[in-house]
Write a protein that binds this ligand. Structure first.
Ligand SMILES: CC(C)(COP(=O)(O)OP(=O)(O)OC[C@H]1O[C@@H](n2cnc3c(N)ncnc32)[C@H](O)[C@@H]1OP(=O)(O)O)[C@@H](O)C(=O)NCCC(=O)NCCS
Length: 245
């Protein structure tokens, strides 16, 4: 049997029936069907489990597969949001603890992206995350690297119901609009990536990235700044050029 991620279903049935049904059953890039328990499943999903009840999918979204939520244990109202036109391509993983919330804006591409939220990961609009990128707001150990502590943690894990480790000291992660993140890049707890920035492949971001910066390497270093071509001034200029043809 598949691991159940919604033992909390009764809880959410009590507090979220409207949000679940009204927000989810709109218009999708993938067809959703309701099973006999009133849970929604993605049609033709290779992982035949329902979607968690406390997620909110915007119109024209592509959630891909319920497997992405196999370790989604959020008990927050709207613990996961996927904005209009956004998609999860290539089995991204949305891993969340009870307090975790993941919010993804409009027209976002998540390609094999791992998002770990035990507090909050917030992604703006028009962002792209390439293969293997990881965004985490927390770590699985409390800073004590002692061998016996680490060994005990893994052994204790084998007897828990969810087999989901405890995460410590989460710090919110914010990715602002129009950010592109290269493959295998890692964005660490507490980081804010400013609007329009680019994070190079294999880059490890442990500090805030200013808007429109291009950062590469480990630790991330700024190599240049881009023109802020997503501003109102550039938008008006583009309209002017377009209408002058
Ligand atoms: C970050 C990136 C956009 C920079 O491209 P660029 O502006 O053309 O930069 P350059 O190639 O001129 O490189 C500038 C310097 O940064 C270094 N550099 C570039 N990308 C780097 C990276 N990811 N990690 C480490 N160093 C990097 C270059 O070696 C060069 O160093 P030098 O000045 O000592 O010679 C690009 O290198 C990158 O990583 N793209 C993401 C690719 C990706 O993941 N694609 C998947 C989605 S399709």
């Amino acid at each position: 049997m598949f691991r159940k991620t919604y033992q909390k279903e009764q809880l959410f049935a009590a507090i979220l029936p409207k949000s679940y049904k009204e927000n989810i059953m709109k218009k999708y890039a993938q067809e959703l069907t309701e099973n006999e328990f009133g849970e929604l499943q993605i049609s033709d999903d290779w992982y035949p489990a329902p979607l968690p009840r406390n997620i909110c999918l915007g119109e024209m979204t592509y959630p891909d597969t319920a497997y992405s939520f196999a370790t989604f244990f959020s008990e927050q109202k709207e613990g996961f949001e996927l904005g209009f036109g956004s998609g999860n391509y290539g089995h991204s993983i949305f891993s969340a603890g009870k307090q975790g919330k993941i919010k993804v804006g409009k027209f976002v591409v998540l390609e094999c992206t791992n998002i770990i939220a035990n507090l909050s990961v917030t992604i703006g609009d028009n962002c792209m995350f390439s293969w293997g990128s990881v965004i985490t707001d927390s770590w699985i150990h409390n800073g004590n690297n002692d061998v016996s502590v680490r060994r005990k943690m893994l052994q204790d894990l084998s007897s828990t119901e969810t087999r989901h480790p405890e995460f410590y000291n989460p710090l919110p992660v914010i990715i602002e609009d129009n950010v592109w993140v290269g493959f295998d890049a890692v964005i660490l707890p507490g980081v804010r990536v400013g609007k329009g920035a680019v994070v190079g492949c294999k880059t490890i971001v442990s500090e805030d990235v200013p808007a429109y910066a291009v950062v590469v390497g480990n630790p991330a270093k700024i190599i240049k700044f881009l023109n802020p071509t997503d501003t109102e001034q550039f938008r008006l200029q583009a309209i002017k050029e377009f209408t002058s043809y």
